[in-house]
Design a protein around this ligand. Structure first.
Ligand code: PHE
Ligand code: ZN
Length: 877
């Protein structure tokens, strides 16, 4: 069945794309005090009866604008008077109602069609389950409303549905009553005592399994915890439940924040645009961030679940109780909450390996974004489609900006500033200005210049050089901030940032930093706020080695010719710098190999030193021994040449494998534990290291090695091992891979989460013929274009596979363009996510450009293109 709205949308021919500016922000003229909702859920449509108490906030206001789209308006009353058609103005995305009074009660009845909702915003069906997604602007697809985050409302929700198909009825807050009705129906009433913006509203109805637990908060209140999932998956929710309880405890210990409702519910659904959503008291999760057991999930999945569960839980204070004034302020809640979840994960696992993973992800995604056509500040000042701004910049760079404040204020100062933030702004919708005000109260330094991190874009570079004067025992350090121009080609200003550093003596020990030139915090953090800084350190007895940006204290790129990579890799007491040195050394080695030099012997030796160091934590060792990704190398090229990168990388791997063959084999054998699928740090680290080493060995492409790898696939009980082996077979022993894929498919074809992995490995393959295989897999019964996870696994992995995507023929571009066009009518958010694959357009060679341009133009000129895709494509072109 196709609703009226759906027809209108398909018939519409001219799309207008408008830009929204921060400078135009005005507080809402009216607010909504209470919103009392009644949902009657039927198999084909849902009727929503919404009663809102409206209050005027600006006495000048004479007209009430209610947002609403993609639904049928049935009836509308103002203070019990029926509003006839013609008494209000109806626009495509709102109704405008004359209203010249200070309070009013609006009642509006709408009909919506969850089964047709493939965009997965508003109320939709995932599998058989009715669920909602309202951030940022989904609530306006449920009912007419003032759908903006600075309007905070008390919600009461009555849900009526068939008891057999929907025994579970959930909404935000606390359960206030249930009743059985005629015709096999029943109802539940939920009441959320805490005012919230509409984007945090949620509803779930369906036949779900669940597990239950409870948590006693620090003040002794008991909270009922539940996780809901498809029937049969209950046992796979245990890890998520443990993670939730750990998160609740951590936020109490670390920030003194307690949970505030009687219940905390989490629901796992298969079709979800993002990772998860922090709806008040009723989180809705992509099932990939809930379900896990030792046989079906990888170590990475377990870690991911722990961090996303924590992230959504932490939003209860940073996001829900204190929310955003408007969507330009998104990083207020997201950057801060990512920072909090990163600290949590560091505390639960290894601080060092967590930090390395976070920086690695930042470089791989955010630095790339910041260098390309879609770069934006963490606090953007305009957008066409806000859904395009849930980015690595707003999230991950936003978290780095918070981390710099944490470094500046110190742990205690930061905690006091956070307390101030909570105390002053609880219950309000605020902006980053308010957050920074709280920070400033505890800051040893004025934050005016620091605030540029919020309004400027692109990654700054610090160019560092030094001169040593032995007779004076002085080291003179010169730091130049190279600030890139922004996307509009305008100059930007130097930043203020904490730079953690050490000057290392020959034995690796740190000289005390003695200087009067810059403020030093906590003994080893310099505050850099000049375009050019010159700093003299005294009492330096020997020429020191520079250990820069320790722990990645500032999100910048360091350029320094004097860094002694082998020394830092082996001796730096800052594990992050050791990792960084190994990466930079590898990058430079590979780059010189691309200029047809031989592999740098010193790199091979340093690699060997790490490889045979038995004292290293295995996870850390696996990180140190990782070679840079193709994406990382591409980023440093002015003109992209994927084939050259791949040739150099494979060659270097082979050299390493040949040189250290017996060490590799020996360690792989020692680390290989097929029966162990425990997820403690040591087991996970051993697996990661074993799989890393196996990756080097496999590129020798010998038959015996292929068989060993196949054996790992066959015998291992842990999914990390099995998938690691499957991926290596696909790339280095394709003849053996086929059988393994068949086996995997036969076992897991009905488990969507595992099919995601299957599709991702096939689409990430570096072998020739990948596109053909991907096209074929589109027809696999396990694939479904309507399920975002599957699209990301198959089409997204292909688009992120440089070797397949950037093929000279242009077939890769055409394929992805076709899928974007097709997906845009199904789910514009997912379509625009894929469009990001074309970001390197400007960096292609003149031979390669036309094919990509052609694909991009084809998308741009497609009639009825969504704002989502349009905004990305025009930025790229
Ligand atoms: N607010 C969610 C989070 O970061 C992300 C999200 C955004 C989910 C938009 C769905 C839609 O936790
Ligand atoms: Zn978030």
């Amino acid at each position: 069945m196709i609703s009226k709205k759906q027809q209108e949308r398909t018939m519409q021919t001219q799309q207008t794309h408008t830009t929204i500016f921060l400078k135009d922000y005005q507080p809402s003229p009216y607010t909504v005090l209470t919103c009392t909702l009644e949902f009657i859920i039927d198999s084909t449509s849902t009727r929503v009866d919404n009663v809102m108490e409206i209050k005027r906030q600006n006495s000048e206001a004479k007209e009430l604008r209610l947002d609403g789209e993609m639904m049928d308006l049935e009836l509308l009353w103002v203070d019990d008077v029926l509003v006839e058609e013609g008494m209000y103005t109806k626009e495509e995305d709102a109704i405008l109602l004359p209203l010249d009074r200070d309070t009013a009660t609006i009642r509006v009845i709408t009909r919506i069609y969850p089964d047709e909702n493939t965009a997965l915003e508003g109320l939709y069906r995932s599998g058989g389950i009715w669920c909602t997604q309202n951030e940022p602007e989904g609530f306006r697809r449920i009912t007419y409303c003032i759908d903006r985050p600075d309007v905070m409302t008390r919600f009461t929700t009555k849900i009526i549905a068939d008891k057999a198909t929907c025994p579970i009825l959930l909404s935000n807050g606390n359960l206030r009553g249930t009743a059985t009705l005629d015709n096999g129906r029943h109802l539940a009433v939920w009441e959320d005592p805490i005012p919230k913006p509409s984007y945090l509203f949620a509803l779930v109805a369906g036949d779900l399994g669940s597990i239950h637990d409870s948590y006693t908060t620090m003040s002794g209140k008991s909270v009922a915890l539940a996780i809901y999932c498809d029937l049969g998956n209950e046992e796979k929710c245990r890890h998520a439940m443990r993670s939730l309880k750990k998160s609740m405890e951590w936020d109490e210990l670390e920030y003194g924040r307690e949970y505030d409702l009687e219940v905390y519910n989490i629901v796992a659904v298969d079709s979800f645009n993002m990772g998860a959503m922090e709806n008040k008291g009723l989180n809705i999760f992509n099932s990939s961030y809930v379900l896990a057991d030792e046989q079906s999930a990888t170590d990475g999945d377990f870690m991911g679940i722990e961090s996303v569960i924590a992230h959504e839980y932490f939003h209860n204070w940073t996001g829900n109780r204190i929310t955003c004034r408007n969507w330009f302020e998104l990083t207020l809640k997201e950057g801060l909450t990512v920072f909090r979840d990163q600290c949590f994960s560091a505390d639960m696992n290894s601080e060092l390996t967590q930090r390395i993973d976070d920086v690695r992800a930042l470089r791989e995604r955010q630095f790339v974004e910041d260098a390309g056509p879609t770069a934006h500040p963490i606090k953007p000042d305009h957008y066409m489609e806000i859904n395009n701004f849930y980015t690595a910049t707003v999230y991950e760079k936003g978290a780095e900006v918070i981390r710099m404040l944490h470094t500046l204020l110190g742990r205690e100062g930061f905690r006091r500033a956070m307390e101030r933030y909570f105390e002053n702004f609880d219950g309000q919708a605020v902006g980053t200005e308010e957050f920074l005000w709280a920070m400033e109260q505890e800051s040893p330094i004025d934050l005016t210049q620091f605030k540029r991190w919020y309004s400027q874009e692109r990654t700054p570079v610090l160019q560092v050089s030094s001169t040593y004067d032995g007779s004076a025992e002085e080291l003179r350090l010169k730091i130049i901030q190279k600030i890139p121009k922004n996307t509009q080609n305008c100059e930007q200003l130097p930043y203020a940032m904490p730079l953690k550093l050490a000057l290392l003596a020959e034995d690796g020990s740190c000289y005390p930093l003695i200087t009067s030139d810059v403020p030093l915090f906590h003994n080893d953090v310099m505050w850099i706020d000049q375009a050019v800084s010159e700093i003299i350190f005294s009492s330096i007895k020997t020429p020191p080695r520079l250990s820069l940006n320790r722990h990645f204290s500032a999100p910048v790129t360091i350029e320094c010719d004097e860094v002694d990579y082998p020394f830092l890799m082996a001796y730096d007491s800052d594990g992050y710098v050791r990792y960084e040195a190994s990466q930079r050394f590898a990058l430079e080695t590979l780059e010189s190999m691309m200029d047809s030099a031989e592999a740098d012997e010193r790199f091979i030796e340093s690699f060997g030193v790490i490889l045979s160091d038995a004292s290293l934590d295995p996870m850390f060792k696996a990180q140190l021994l990782e070679l840079p990704t193709i994406t990382a190398l591409m980023q440093r090229q002015a003109v992209i040449d994927v084939a050259a990168i791949n040739r150099a990388t494979e060659k270097l791997k082979k050299i390493v494998a040949l040189r250290y063959r017996s060490v590799l084999e020996d360690q792989i054998n020692r680390l290989y534990a097929p029966d162990n699928c425990a997820i403690d740090g040591k087991s996970m680290g051993n697996r990661a290291l074993k799989n890393r080493l196996l990756g080097f060995l496999m590129c020798l492409e010998e038959e015996g090695l292929g068989e060993m790898c196949k054996m790992h696939y066959d015998r291992s009980l842990s999914m990390s091992d099995r998938l690691g082996a499957l991926d290596l077979l696909e790339n280095y022993a394709p003849a053996l891979a086929e059988g393994a894929f068949e086996d995997f498919y036969a076992r897991h074809a009905h488990e969507q989460l595992l099919m995601n992995k299957y599709f991702a490995i096939r689409a990430s393959s570096r072998r020739s013929g990948t596109l053909e295989r991907v096209v074929e897999l589109l027809n696999d019964p396990a694939f479904d274009l309507k399920v975002p996870n599957l699209v990301r696994a198959l089409i997204g992995s292909f688009a992120r596979n440089p070797i397949a995507f950037y093929s000279r023929s242009g077939e890769g571009y055409d394929f992805v363009a076709d899928k974007i066009i097709e997906l845009d009518t199904i789910n514009p958010q997912i379509a625009s996510g894929l469009a990001g694959a074309f970001k390197n357009y400007q960096k292609l060679s003149s031979e390669d450009k036309p094919a990509m341009k052609n694909a991009l133009e084809r998308i741009k000129n497609h009639p009825n293109l969504s704002n989502n895709v349009y905004e990305i494509v025009i930025k790229i072109l």
